[in-house]
Design a protein around this ligand. Structure first.
Ligand code: FMN
Length: 179
């Protein structure tokens, strides 16, 4: 082991409201954790809802539980925390445009010209994704400026297609790494 001096004390926040430069650095540090990209959908108030999300993660294999986090201020917070479930659509490499489309605009604009399937749960599932998980709402945990939304997986599927990645605010693909 080579123990080196810790030369980066600037990343230690001191105040509860950090200065903007430190907050940007924090976001940059979080963005170093590369993820896949999903579009989460639900059906609420006679409408289809959808938003881009990269906070998706598996929680438990038995029972099958997954989670994602939604910003408290999101206009779809009610839809995702009060409806009876949600569908996680794991985007394929070819679906980068959908990642952008579902991050802005009205619900109508988000679903415009998007190929979808209506599931038995009534929720929409996007076509040609790398994988999807249709979930019953299990628990909502309030955590800071986000809510953690936990779902119990009802149905799922995946196909052998490369997934879209997100790293440091950039979309890409998962390359094969040397051993
Ligand atoms: C790649 C990417 C990942 C995102 N992940 C999340 C996320 O995990 N949770 C979240 O609340 N917003 C996330 N967003 C932002 C939302 O997609 C965006 O704020 C949302 O679509 C606005 O929804 P609203 O109309 O409900 O406010 C992400 C955006 C992008 C581009």
């Amino acid at each position: 082991m080579r123990l080196l001096p810790d030369t980066l004390p600037m990343t230690t926040p001191t105040a509860s409201t950090p200065d903007p430069a430190e907050a940007a650095l924090y976001r940059q540090a979080l963005g170093s954790f590369g993820t896949g990209v999903t579009v989460v959908t639900t059906r609420w108030d006679d409408q289809d809802w959808g938003m881009t999300c990269n906070s998706f993660s598996s929680v438990s294999l038995d029972p099958r539980l997954v989670l994602w986090c939604i910003r408290r201020e999101a206009s779809s917070i009610e839809a995702f925390t009060r409806s009876d479930g949600f569908t996680v659509n794991v985007l394929s490499l070819a679906q980068q445009a959908l990642a952008r489309q579902f991050a802005t605009g009205s619900l109508e604009q988000r679903f415009a010209d998007v190929a979808v399937h209506r599931q038995p749960s009534e929720r929409l599932r996007l076509a040609d994704t790398a994988a999807w998980f249709d979930c019953a709402l299990h628990q909502v945990v309030e955590a800071g400026d986000h809510h953690i939304v936990i779902g119990r997986v009802l149905r799922f599927a995946c196909q052998d297609t490369p997934a879209l990645s997100y790293w440091r605010s950039r979309f890409g693909g998962f390359g094969v790494q040397p051993a």
